[in-house]
Ligand binder design. Structure first.
Ligand SMILES: [Zn+2]
Ligand SMILES: [Zn+2]
Length: 394
C-alpha cells in the first residue's frame, strides 16, 4: 500500500543507503560521485528517465500524470569541509570531508520514499517530482535547479509539469527523536554577506596624530553596527549582524592603513531586508569619516528567507500527528540560519520541516562529532510519505 509506514526491510535499506552516502561525502557543487551513486541506486529500484539537473543534481518524475497536480520533494546532497571525529564504523573515507549536517540522511530518506512511490506510481493521479539538490551549503544549488527549469517543466525536455507545491525536511540534532517541527511563515533567515574595506593613513605607532588609524575606525564600525539590531529595527523583528573576520595591520609599532571586515546579516522580514544594505553602508561610512578614514562597503543578499506556507505547514502538522514514531509536533521553531530550500518556497507554497535526531546534549550540526540517531530516519521518511498521500487526497 502506498500509504503504509515503511516496513522493517525498507527501513534497513534506508539506513544502509545513509551509511553508504556517509562514507563518501563531497563538497558543494562537487557531488559527482554522489550523483552517480544515486543514479545507480535509482536505476536499481526501477526508476527511468532520471535527469541531471543543476549540474551535479538529479531529478525524476513519478505518477500517472492525469492531473496537473504536481508536488516537488527535495533533498540536499552536499557535505562540509570538516574532518570527521565520530569514530563510527561507517565514518567518512575522505579526509577533510564529512556529512556533518545530515544531508546523507536526507538523501537516504528521499530514496526510501521514492522507492515506495515507484512501486505505487499508478496510485498517484498527478506528478511527484523527486529532486536531489547539490550545493546547499552556500552553493545556491536550488537556484541552479530552478534555472534548469525544475519548477516550470523545462528540465524534462520542456514537457515536465509545473510544480505547484514543495516539501523538504532537515534532520535537527537539538530536537530529540520523535519531534517534528513545522512552523508557519518565516522559519529560516535571509542570509546576506558583506565586506567593508576601511582605509586610513598609516604612520608611526608612537605618533598617532600624524596618521588616521584604520584599526580604531574599524573597531568603532564593528561596535556601531550592533546598533542596527538595538536601534534601527523593530525589537519584535529579529535581526543578527555578525562581523566574523577582522584583518589589518602588520607590526606592533605601525599604525595600520587598511582593515578588511567581513560579516553576515540575518533577517526574516522583506522590508527589513531591503533596508539593511543602506543602514549598514551608512553606519560604516559615517563612522569611518568620524575617524578620518573611508569605508568601501560591498553588500550581497545571498539567500532569501525560508517561508512555510501556513496551509502546507498545517498539512505537515496533521500528517505528523498521525505518523508512527512521532511523539510531539512543534509549531514554533525558527532560526537565523539560512537554507537553500528557501528559493523553492519563494516560488511555490510548501513546507520545510525539522526532524529531531538528537536531543539537548547532542553535538551541533557542522561539528566534527555530529551524529544522527538513525531512529530518526524512518520518522522523517514516514512523514514525507504521508505528506505525499495527503497532498493527492485533498
Ligand atoms: Zn548545514
Ligand atoms: Zn543542512
Amino acid at each position: 500500500m502506498l500509504s503504509a509506514p515503511l516496513t522493517s526491510t525498507e527501513i534497513a535499506n534506508l539506513v544502509h543507503w545513509r551509511r553508504c552516502l556517509h562514507q563518501e561525502p563531497e563538497l558543494s557543487l562537487e557531488e559527482h560521485d554522489t550523483q552517480a551513486w544515486l543514479q545507480q541506486t535509482l536505476a536499481a529500484m526501477g526508476a527511468r528517465d532520471v535527469r541531471q539537473v543543476g549540474g551535479t543534481g538529479l531529478a525524476l518524475r513519478l505518477g500517472r500524470g492525469e492531473t496537473d497536480r504536481t508536488l516537488l520533494l527535495r533533498a540536499d546532497m552536499d557535505a562540509l569541509p570538516v574532518d570527521e571525529q565520530t569514530g563510527l564504523d561507517f565514518a567518512s573515507r575522505r579526509p577533510g570531508h564529512m556529512h556533518a549536517c545530515g544531508h546523507d540522511g536526507h538523501m537516504a530518506s528521499l530514496l526510501a520514499v521514492t522507492r515506495r512511490l515507484l512501486a505505487h506510481s499508478d496510485e498517484i493521479p498527478g506528478h511527484v517530482i523527486v529532486a536531489f539538490q547539490p550545493g546547499e551549503e552556500g552553493g545556491r544549488g536550488a537556484v541552479k535547479m530552478i534555472d534548469d527549469g525544475l519548477l516550470d517543466g523545462r528540465w524534462l525536455a520542456g514537457r515536465g509539469p509545473k510544480v505547484q507545491a514543495a516539501y523538504g525536511l532537515h534532520l535537527w540534532s537539538p530536537l530529540p527523536v520523535g519531534v517534528i517541527s513545522c512552523a508557519s511563515g518565516p522559519t529560516m533567515a535571509a542570509v546576506d554577506d558583506f565586506s567593508i574595506v576601511v582605509r586610513g593613513r598609516g604612520g608611526h605607532g608612537a605618533l598617532p596624530h600624524t596618521a588616521d588609524d584604520a584599526i580604531v575606525a574599524a573597531s568603532h564600525i564593528v561596535v556601531a553596527l550592533q546598533s542596527i539590531a538595538s536601534r534601527r529595527t523593530d525589537p519584535l523583528e529579529p535581526v543578527v549582524v555578525t562581523v566574523g573576520s577582522f584583518h589589518g595591520g602588520s607590526a606592533f609599532n605601525v599604525i595600520a592603513e587598511e582593515v578588511v571586515l567581513r560579516g553576515t546579516v540575518r533577517s526574516f522580514g522583506k522590508t527589513l531586508g531591503e533596508n539593511l544594505p543602506n543602514w549598514l553602508t551608512q553606519i560604516a561610512q559615517a563612522t569611518a569619516t568620524a575617524h578620518g578614514a573611508t569605508a568601501e562597503v560591498t553588500y550581497q543578499r545571498f539567500t532569501v528567507a525560508l517561508r512555510n506556507d501556513p496551509a502546507m505547514a498545517d498539512r505537515i502538522a496533521r500528517v505528523a500527528q498521525a505518523t508512527p514514531g512521532v511523539t510531539l509536533v512543534d509549531r514554533e521553531l525558527r532560526m537565523m540560519a539560512g537554507e537553500d530550500m528557501a528559493f523553492f518556497l519563494d516560488a511555490v507554497p510548501g513546507c520545510f520541516f525539522f526532524v529531531g535526531c538528537g536531543g539537548p546534549h547532542a553535538e551541533p550540526h557542522h561539528s566534527p562529532r555530529f551524529v544522527v540517531d538513525e531512529a530518526a530516519l524512518p520518522v522523517g521518511a514516514n512523514v514525507l510519505l504521508g505528506a505525499v498521500v495527503d497532498f493527492f487526497s485533498a
